[in-house]
Design a protein around this ligand. Structure first.
Ligand SMILES: [Zn+2]
Length: 477
């Protein structure tokens, strides 16, 4: 039944491209779901203050009653900050019931203690998260990020990022965290296998571009991060029911996620929350750009960034031409084709070079053309995606004075000498006047008689049997 409702909701959202924000309410408004359009899902299980008399206080399963104060306000401010930054909204799921009545971050038995109203609220909360994940999956594929937002009152003041790993796991060196057994227990396993930044599991946990490091660099100390790679023996929350149920730790789920435990410094006071919320929006946008090559500030990140050719150049080195190019982003880049031309118009493919596939790092490429006949050669690149789509670079010209062909003298009265290196095969020479007409042709000759030509400027073109064309010009006196 829930699956059918979710499907209908998706159908409705996709078909009608709802612009205004949609909010769905669960039983008795105990829960609510603000439907978003970013690949980010935020749930807030412990911030509610509503205490209906019809639900008795929980007593089963050693309950915890602690309120994660101001986390609902914080989630709304993160929602606003993301909207201000990207024009798009995260999916936001909130439980309005106080934790004494229901715990939406524990299993159903312990979270609702058998009370039917609490069961309804718990079910609504969990199903809203499932629905949000289906919508994200439908729109973005498997690049969703789920955040279960909490508050802790412990010292030191810092964010605790829970990836499902135990505090003692972080005492291991990176090489151990990068082994399969740790990766498969991690709530970002999917990202480990599919990030475009080439990051390892350990790098995603506490490397320079890990989420915790981005927070720490913005002034919000976090564990784990580059500056706090271990928990230092302090108590640490590794994630609860939601992290284990709604991230890729759960079999069949391909959404990455984590629990974020926020200290009081980022929860209390509107201005403090705003500072943290604004930073969180920027950090999440950066995270998507770096690890997913998605720009959330452009079309909500729905259109992958194309390959970005930041440089394409070349120069003659000895008897070879060297080509250099550099990309900053690559999406589905299968290969490059190097094309060469003698005249800048008619190009032929001379080599194929494998692309990086998916990468958001600078990637350098070089190609060496050792078969120069022309003094000026033109080159361009054709980039082809895995799906066969392709596009061309600009054209560059490289002059190489080591050309094996020379025609002399430049100002000729009787005999023009043509010197051609060895192994070039047969060739035809055309003399072309300024009107573009061929006035004389020669075959395999190295001394051309010019005495009977009118004085003036002529183009000389030498065509080889292998297709190479050499172009030059002379002045007949
Ligand atoms: Zn909590």
């Amino acid at each position: 039944m829930t699956k059918i409702l979710s499907f209908l909701l998706i159908l409705w959202l996709v078909c009608f491209q709802v612009q205004a924000q949609t909010t769905l309410y669960g039983f008795n408004n105990y829960t609510q779901y603000h439907v978003g359009n970013l690949p980010i899902i935020i749930s807030v299980p412990h911030g509610g203050l509503v205490t209906p008399a019809m639900i008795p206080d929980r007593t089963c399963g050693s309950p915890t009653y602690a309120l994660d104060a101001r986390t609902i306000e914080l989630s709304r401010q993160i929602d606003t900050a993301l909207y201000n930054l990207t024009g798009c909204r995260p999916h936001l799921i909130i439980c309005n019931l106080r934790r004494t009545k229901v715990d939406c971050n524990r299993n159903l038995a312990d979270g609702a203690c058998g009370n039917i109203n609490a069961v309804n609220a718990w079910n609504d909360f969990q199903r809203f998260i499932d629905t949000a994940q289906l919508i994200v999956q439908n729109q973005y594929g498997s690049v969703g990020l789920y955040i279960d937002l909490h508050g802790h009152g412990k010292r030191p003041h810092r964010l605790e990022l829970g990836y499902g790993l135990f505090d003692t796991d972080f005492d291991n060196p990176d090489s151990v965290l990068n082994t399969t057994s740790y990766i498969s227990d991690s709530s970002i396993e999917n990202l480990v296998h599919s990030n475009v930044s080439g990051s390892t599991h350990a790098q995603l946990l506490r490397g320079p571009r890990a989420l915790g490091t981005l927070f720490a660099n913005a002034g919000f100390p976090s564990v784990p991060s580059q500056s706090s790679p271990t928990t230092d023996g302090f108590p640490y929350f590794r994630g609860g029911y939601n992290t284990f149920t709604h991230t890729c730790i759960a079999p069949g789920n391909n959404v990455d996620g984590l629990q974020i435990e926020c200290d009081s410094a980022v929860r209390f006071g509107y201005a403090n929350r705003k500072r943290f919320a604004d930073s969180t929006a920027r950090i999440l946008a950066r995270y998507y750009l770096v690890h997913r090559n998605l720009d959330l500030q452009s079309s909500c990140g729905l259109i992958p960034l194309p390959i970005e050719l930041v440089e394409f150049s070349g120069k003659g080195i000895g008897k070879k031409n060297m080509l250099f190019w550099k990309t900053s982003n690559e999406i589905n880049n299968d290969y490059f084709t190097v094309l060469k031309s003698a005249d800048g118009f008619n190009f032929e493919a001379i080599s194929k070079i494998k692309g990086a596939g998916n990468s958001s790092q600078m990637t350098n490429y070089t190609f060496e053309d050792a078969h120069l006949i022309n003094s000026i050669n033109y080159y361009k690149l054709q980039q082809t995606d895995y799906d066969g789509k392709s596009k061309f670079s600009r054209i560059i010209a490289i002059t190489n004075s080591f050309s094996e062909i020379s025609v002399f003298p430049n100002q000729v009265s009787d005999i023009l000498n043509v010197a051609i290196g060895e192994d070039k095969g047969t060739y035809n020479i055309s003399l072309i006047n300024l009107q573009g007409l061929v006035v004389q042709e020669f075959k395999n000759q190295n001394k051309l008689y010019m005495a009977n030509l009118n004085s003036g400027l002529y183009f000389i073109q030498i065509r080889f049997e292998n297709g190479y064309i050499w172009n030059g010009k002379i002045l007949k006196q």
